[in-house]
Design a protein. Structure first.
Ligand code: PMP
Length: 401
């Protein structure tokens, strides 16, 4: 059965790609944008933009209102409970760095910061560097053959020294959902704070952060069909209250003197300087679009397309799939072929996939791989994209044989 995406025509880039013979299968890196977002950005700049939270004139009031409406929409989308629990950053990476600085004062020499072996550099390096700054120990939870955190090992490794647990919701390399329902209580029992990197997970299905039960959840607008330059940090009230300020400047300060200052609490105390105004307003438009979709149908489409992708790869004898992807993406290699050579031949045929270490060098080393090709799906992809991919793959494999 040939799968057709009913949402494809909502994304003008897909038709533009088709016109230039490009097949976009790299949405895990960044997603294409719906027309409603492009229109919202156009309106933002053509009707006039003003800085937010500062002036009282009409343009400022309009921009501030749209900006704060987007905060409410984000809170609604992830079940945050209140817009005051949403901090806008400039990306998921910045949100994780905010946490690594904001929580630094809670870490003493000899404490444990726990991450998993499959983390993206964005959810590894901030914690690695925090551990180095505070003489803490970075504990790496191993993963099993299915590409999930090994829960037996985690039970042994999370303990009374654990202060923070930071793990991904969905691996950007392995495509595996992580067992958060089992993992998070292990950290909570010991009073540790939990941080979920939802950069990939937030894009597939709709997730309720309060049901997940984490202290902090981070996601990225540009992967969720929104503008780039915007990230989101959600925190529980008690967790947010523990954050130390980290970036200093305009609008995050309640009162300032030459030698001292008093700062706002979250969210404004953590949004120093002019925020990405149009980006946040555009994200609001994207969230309106997403909220209007039948998310059950979207998930079913993504799942069927993923199954088709997996079946096609498994049918080719020279292909070795990395771990057991459950959704949205798959990483693989061809026996005896360097991933860069295969990627080159795919690129030449207009197939836009990613190859390399996918910002997870330690994971690749751990898996004994120099790299891998990653195919990743968005809600606008359909069987026609996969057919073009497989035709190009077969041609490339024939040339490399
Ligand atoms: N975590 C994961 C799992 C990711 O895939 C990415 C993006 N590649 C990030 C974090 C970083 O997100 P951003 O691009 O918004 O900084």
């Amino acid at each position: 059965m040939s799968l057709i995406s009913p949402w494809r025509s909502d994304f003008p880039a897909l038709a533009a790609f088709e016109a230039e013979n490009q097949t976009y299968l790299d949405s895990a890196a960044t997603a294409q944008k719906p027309l409603v977002l492009i229109d919202a950005l156009h309106a933002c700049y053509s009707y006039g933009i003003a800085n937010v939270h500062r002036a009282q004139h009409l343009p400022a009031e309009r921009s501030t209102q749209a900006f704060e409406a987007a905060r409410q929409k984000m809170a609604d989308w992830i079940g945050a409970g209140s817009p005051s629990r949403i901090v806008f950053t400039r990306g998921a990476t910045e949100a994780l760095n905010l946490l690594a600085y904001g929580l630094e004062h809670l870490i003493q020499p000899g404490d444990d910061i726990v991450v998993s072996a499959l983390e993206h550099h964005a959810n590894l390096l901030p914690w690695q560097q925090l551990a180095l700054r505070r003489q803490a120990r970075l504990v790496i939870l191993p993963i099993d053959d299915a590409g999930m955190v090994d829960l037996d090992a985690a039970r042994q490794m999370i303990g009374s020294r654990t202060r923070l647990l930071a793990v991904s919701q969905l691996s950007n390399v392995l495509g595996s959902w992580q067992p958060l329902a089992e993992l998070l209580p292990m950290a909570r029992t010991h009073g540790a704070l939990t941080i979920i990197d939802g950069a990939q997970g937030a894009v597939h299905g709709r997730h309720d952060v309060q049901k997940i039960g984490c202290d902090f959840y981070v996601l990225s607008s540009h992967k969720l069909y929104g503008p780039d330059g915007v990230g989101i940090l959600y925190g529980r009230n008690e967790a947010l209250n523990q954050l130390q300020h980290w970036q200093f400047g305009g609008e995050m300060v309640r009162a300032a003197d030459y030698h001292a200052a008093e700062f706002h609490s979250t969210p404004f105390g953590f949004e120093a300087g002019t925020p990405p105004i149009a980006g946040v307003i555009g994200l609001g438009a994207t969230l309106d679009y997403l909220a209007g979709l039948d998310m059950v149908a979207v998930s079913a489409h993504e799942q069927s397309l993923h199954a088709e992708l997996m079946a096609g790869l498994l049918a080719r004898k020279s292909i070795r799939i990395v771990a057991h992807p459950q959704t949205a993406l798959v990483s693989f290699n061809a026996i005896g072929v360097h991933h860069a050579d295969l990627s080159h031949l795919l690129t030449e045929q207009g197939i836009a996939v990613r190859s390399g270490t996918h910002c997870a060098m330690p994971l690749m080393k751990h898996l004994g791989l120099a790299g891998a090709i990653r195919v990743s799906l968005g809600l606008y992809n359909d069987s026609s994209d996969l057919q073009r991919f497989f035709t190009a793959l077969d041609q490339a494999l024939e040339l490399l044989a």
